[in-house]
Design a protein around this ligand. Structure first.
Ligand SMILES: [Zn+2]
Ligand SMILES: [Zn+2]
Length: 368
């Protein structure tokens, strides 16, 4: 089967014929139909985040289960599933507390790019074993993953749209609804409105925000934010001081109740924090390079301001993803508007180039 392999950071992905094993205990083999192109893949491909190579990248996959391994009882061939960037073991204290995205298994999967629970690799090119980014490796015709890495969704959901639930959409929506816990009527500012930030705008709208401010340098992205429910758009290129321009749009110019950073830039994270009022909540959803450093005045924390990190929007995937898919199918969460282009697997490098050149909001690889 074909897969997109990263042999060395900062080199193009190679579409290769590779061998894939049958699913072993508690694993499933998925015939992939569509995979979202997420900036997180690019962070690993460029070496901004460490990853062992050779590795099959891609993590926002949606497809149909073809085979199940021994011990799989809740999934069967023919089920449509979405692969989740965050895995949970279901047994640790975080999983027991209802905070599955905090599961320590996540870090193991991310650092080793192998199947969870130290189960190794299922992809091979000749004598070489290939890693699977996030234990997934979705830019491929098939993937063999742990059953806890996937969520079953309704079969009539279009794979080339709902694949975005695997990472970007759930991260953005959850940053607003779960981590930021936006309340009806609140003012929310979203810095960076690519795929994740636009999902945050939609999440804030779903939560009943009274006033949503989108900040970005791209007119296209700001226009889409306005279409998806933002009340105001601020382009830093057009104002002297972006923080003051945002605050001027909040009640008594005190700042937003909730700030969400989805650009993945340390200086923008500082601006997001500066844009919330005393007692406000700042959610950092963007992924900055590993070596990035932020600077804050400790005094501001004495004013009750809070900064919160988030892993995949703090979602409980098995509960929330099927719900979000239903909302999309009912026209209440128009995530299809985020997708501006589709590519075949053979053009995966072109898809990343289009992302870097800011030609697309979000693109999807369709696997035929
Ligand atoms: Zn756990
Ligand atoms: Zn992602």
């Amino acid at each position: 089967m074909k897969a997109a392999v990263l042999y060395e950071v900062n080199t193009p992905l190679k579409i290769e014929d590779v061998e894939i094993d049958d699913p072993q205990d508690n694993e499933v083999l998925i015939k992939l139909e569509a995979v979202g192109v997420c900036h997180t893949d690019l962070s690993f491909m460029k070496g901004e985040m460490p990853v062992p190579t050779p590795v099959v990248v891609g993590h926002e996959g949606c497809g149909i289960i073809e085979k199940v391994g021994p011990g799989v009882t809740d999934l069967a061939p023919g089920d449509k599933v979405i692969s989740m960037v965050a895995i949970s073991c279901g047994k640790c204290r975080y999983c027991a507390e209802g905070r599955p995205t905090m599961c320590p298994e996540n870090l193991n999967v991310q650092m080793m790019a192998e199947l969870p629970f130290f189960k190794g690799k299922r992809l091979h090119k000749g004598d070489t074993d290939l890693h699977q980014l996030f234990g997934l490796g979705s830019f491929a015709e098939y993937c063999c993953v742990h059953e806890r890495s996937v969520v079953k969704v309704r079969n009539d959901a279009p794979s080339d749209v709902v694949c975005l639930m695997g990472c970007g959409v759930t991260t953005g929506v959850g940053a607003a609804t779960n981590t930021g816990a936006v309340k009806p009527g609140e003012t929310v500012v979203v810095y960076g409105v690519g795929g994740v930030g636009l999902a945050s705008v939609m999440g804030a709208k779903l939560a009943g925000a009274g006033n949503i401010i989108a900040v970005a340098r791209s007119k296209n992205k700001l226009d889409m934010a306005l279409e998806l429910g933002a009340d105001h758009a601020v382009n830093p290129n057009d104002v002297d001081d972006v923080v003051q321009a945002v605050k001027a749009l909040t009640p008594d110019a005190q700042g937003a109740d909730v700030g969400i950073e989805a650009a993945g830039v340390a200086s923008v994270m500082e601006q997001t924090f500066a844009s919330i009022h005393n007692g406000g909540r700042c959610v950092l959803a963007g992924m900055a390079p590993m070596e990035a450093i932020m600077t804050f005045m400790p005094f501001e924390f004495l004013l009750g301001k809070r900064i919160m990190g988030t892993v995949q929007g703090d979602i409980i995937a098995q509960v929330e993803v099927p719900r979000l898919v239903d909302m999309y199918m009912d026209g209440k969460l128009p995530i299809d508007k985020l997708i501006t282009k589709t590519f075949p697997l053979e053009e995966v490098n072109e898809a990343f180039a289009a992302m870097e050149n800011k030609e697309v909001l979000r693109s999807v690889i369709k696997i035929t």
